[in-house]
Design a protein around this ligand. Structure first.
Ligand SMILES: [Zn+2]
Length: 442
């Protein structure tokens, strides 16, 4: 890989820098301003020593090592409600679970790759150059009083899932996008849900008297599992931007961190890299930069296998950019840590709007845009989608082929590069989708 010493980015680094620039300094400022708030919401509502250390602004004495996770059961500190105004998601275990999932449903039916007929093209209107929304979630609460830009109520989250289902979306993972293996039924729109920070409002694994384990229904995963049971045609899965030091920890836990990850992996969820201590990468020297990303990657690699392992997908903590040119290069070109090569593959941004198709000329794995799910931001994008102002990726049902209409809408102008698709061995099909009357997305 070409290396430059003149302060310019290499060819791939350019893409990263451009992508990061797309967030804009304004948004970056917002991200920085909300850092304090994030510190509040991502900390477990019943903080223990480890989680406090994770979010302390004090420098840490030593680089964290994977052995920290060998003893995940830090003695819990009793919560003091009078001392904190942090959101307090329910941790009740006496509530009957809405659903219990076995290992029988983690595989979503993948459509057979058959070419679409003219009638099917007219019916489904595939456009695999369209946008793929990547929704960003942080904390969850059952109490609407705790709602803020970084906290969604579980009822609100359920409504989000219903809206996605009603509008023909189909859940996939970031890994599916990165591999460009988008196995979505014809006529449906891929969407990725992402959950940052590994807080206990996202996932708690409970155990009944018989030893059977199930996700707490008052967590995001519990809500998803119940929804997937009722709506098997919406796909399944999500990407967890994982912070090992948090690991969905809470007081009454009955399972280990490793067991939680195993459960998620076996049920179609992805585990990605959000650094060991939620490190602000703009404030990290090289050693810390490498340890925060490298230790997290090696630990996930040790505990999560298969497609669930997305340890080389880095979600930027606080949306903060690496501090130096050298660190950009380490992300893009890899670095050696603990005797192993650490090679990242993609970066998830904190903001930037809807992501583009991996078949788009604008596709850049080093700057995958997401949008937040606060009411205002989500409302804006829902409006764009419902009005048809934003063209969605609409699947032809065949991951191996790329189907794109002859006439491209304005928001995809400049994103079509047939030579680039051909050079990547993509099988391209164009068709005339000119409708008698423009049909906005449902
Ligand atoms: Zn985070």
């Amino acid at each position: 890989m070409e290396q430059r010493s003149d302060g310019e980015h290499g060819p791939r680094g350019d893409g990263l820098r451009h992508s990061l620039d797309r967030i804009g300094s304004g948004l970056l400022l917002i991200v920085i301003v909300t850092t304090v708030l994030l510190h509040r919401v991502i900390v477990s509502p019943t903080p223990n020593a480890a989680s406090i250390a994770a979010h302390s602004s004090q420098p840490l004495a030593a680089a964290p090592g994977p052995d920290r996770l060998a003893t995940p059961h830090v003695p819990p500190t009793p919560p003091d409600p009078a001392q904190s105004n942090l959101p307090v998601p329910s941790t009740r275990v006496d509530q009957a679970p809405a659903t219990r999932r076995g290992g029988d449903n983690q595989h979503v039916a993948v459509p057979e790759p058959t070419p679409l007929s003219a009638a099917e093209l007219a019916k489904y209107k595939p456009n695999e150059l369209g946008h793929i929304p990547v929704l960003m979630y942080h904390a969850f609460t059952t109490n609407p009083e705790y709602l803020d830009d970084w906290t969604r109520t579980l009822d609100g989250f359920r409504e989000d899932l219903q809206w996605l289902s009603d509008h023909d979306f189909f859940l996939i993972g970031i890994g599916d996008v990165l591999r460009n293996e988008i196995a979505v039924p014809a006529g449906k729109h891929p969407v990725v849900l992402t959950f940052d920070d590994a807080s206990s409002g996202q996932f708690r694994l409970l155990q009944d008297a018989t030893g059977e384990r199930y996700p707490d229904p008052t967590t995001a995963v519990g809500v998803m599992e119940a929804f997937f049971t009722e709506h098997p045609d919406v796909g399944r899965g999500a990407h967890f931007a994982f912070v090992p030091n948090n690991c969905f920890r809470y007081d009454e836990e009955v399972v280990t961190c490793e067991e939680r990850l195993t459960w998620l992996a076996e049920h179609g969820y992805e585990i990605g890299n959000h650094t060991w201590y939620h490190q602000n990468l703009s404030e990290a020297d090289d050693e810390r930069f490498m340890s925060q990303i490298g230790d997290t990657k090696l630990w996930i690699d040790e505990h999560v296998s298969g497609k669930a392992n997305q340890s080389n997908v880095l979600t930027l903590p606080f949306g903060a950019l690496p501090a130096t040119e050298g660190q950009y290069q380490m992300l893009v070109n890899g670095f050696d840590w603990q005797g192993q090569r650490i090679q990242m593959a993609a970066i998830l941004l904190v903001g930037g709007g809807p992501s583009v198709s991996p078949d788009s000329a604008a596709w850049d794995p080093w700057g995958i845009a997401r949008f937040n799910t606060d009411e205002a931001t989500l409302g804006l994008w829902k409006e764009q989608i419902e009005s048809g102002a934003m063209t969605l990726y609409t699947s032809d049902g065949n991951p191996a082929s790329v189907t794109i209409p002859e006439d491209l809408p304005e928001d995809l102008a400049g994103q079509f590069d047939p030579d680039d698709l051909a050079s990547r061995g993509r099988s391209l099909l164009r068709y005339d989708a000119t409708p008698a009357v423009d049909q906005p997305n449902r």
